[in-house]
Design a protein around this ligand. Structure first.
Ligand code: FE2
Length: 278
């Protein structure tokens, strides 16, 4: 259960760090499940790269379909000029997304650990629902930068209030591309919105507000494996490229209040799977 001080910190600063809330075994079970998904992934069938450098213009059917599936996306730097992998598959994956909580038992069990649902209720959710999960590898050497953004740009709900839960599966440091946030800037304007035109099945990232990304003071979220960072969907956040020689795995969940209505142009639609209650 969160203390009053922790709840206040979440609402005033827009984020909250919960150190060492998951056991080594819980973290390792999730990591092995993620590696199992990668070992079964057939690169020759799906060469879909995930990068945020192109303002998300490269999202394809394989990406849109991942809202209700378990799909692996490659690092941009993992393909050579012929489109072939230039390294081991295990070191080429950018992330897995976005419905492992529905599709993979180890992920389902992890998401149902009481500490997650309890923390969400403590910060004010009545009936939290889990909409998407991502397992992010941040591979050594090539783990790409994720530019400054707000998650609300990619999860457009008519009833705002999506919370992200970012969990360190491995220690996160400045050297390996930890998360950076701007405390208190969750009240700053929504800068961008990504919406999909389903008739042409193309997504566009539009600028809504020209406020600079760096209006606040950035703080590094250096946390040990087994820690969680909860943050508001308007919080500007970023992570640098991983230039270290070790990976920096993380697992993220995005939660909305029960009954949240998603914009028709929101990329994430779950007509088949529906709600996952926490
Ligand atoms: Fe994000």
């Amino acid at each position: 259960m969160l203390s009053e001080e922790q709840v206040r910190q979440y609402h005033q600063q827009g984020y909250l760090v919960l150190s060492n809330v998951f056991s080594e075994q819980e973290i390792d079970t999730l990591k092995q499940a993620a590696l199992g998904i990668v070992s079964e992934f057939d690169v020759s069938r799906h060469r879909s790269v995930f990068t945020t450098k192109d303002r998300d213009a490269g999202r394809d059917e394989y990406f849109f379909d991942s809202a209700e599936a378990v799909h692996c996306f490659l690092e941009e730097g993992a393909l050579d000029e012929h489109g072939e992998l230039n390294r081991l598959k295990e070191l080429a994956i950018n992330k897995i997304g976005h419905a492992m909580h529905d599709r993979v038992p180890e992920f389902t069990d992890f998401c149902r650990l009481p500490v997650i649902g309890q923390a969400l209720r403590d910060i004010g959710y009545q009936a939290p629902q889990l909409w998407q999960t991502m397992y992010i590898f941040k591979q050594p050497g090539i783990g790409g930068e994720v530019r400054w953004h707000q998650d609300a740009s990619y999860l457009n709900s008519a009833a705002p209030g999506v919370t992200g839960v970012w969990i360190a599966i491995e220690d996160a440091t400045r050297d390996n591309g930890c998360l950076w946030m701007q405390p208190g800037q969750h009240h700053s304007p929504l800068r961008e919105i990504y919406q999909v035109d389903w008739s042409s099945r193309t997504g566009t990232l539009r600028t809504l507000d020209e406020t600079a990304w760096t209006v606040g003071v950035a703080e590094a979220m250096e946390v040990p494996a087994g820690s969680a960072v909860l943050f508001n969907d308007r919080m500007p956040h970023y992570s640098s490229q991983n230039l270290s020689d070790a990976s920096r795995h993380a697992f993220t969940l995005h939660i909305a209040e029960s009954g949240a209505v998603w914009s028709p142009g929101n990329w994430l639609q779950r007509p088949r799977l529906g709600a996952f209650k926490l």
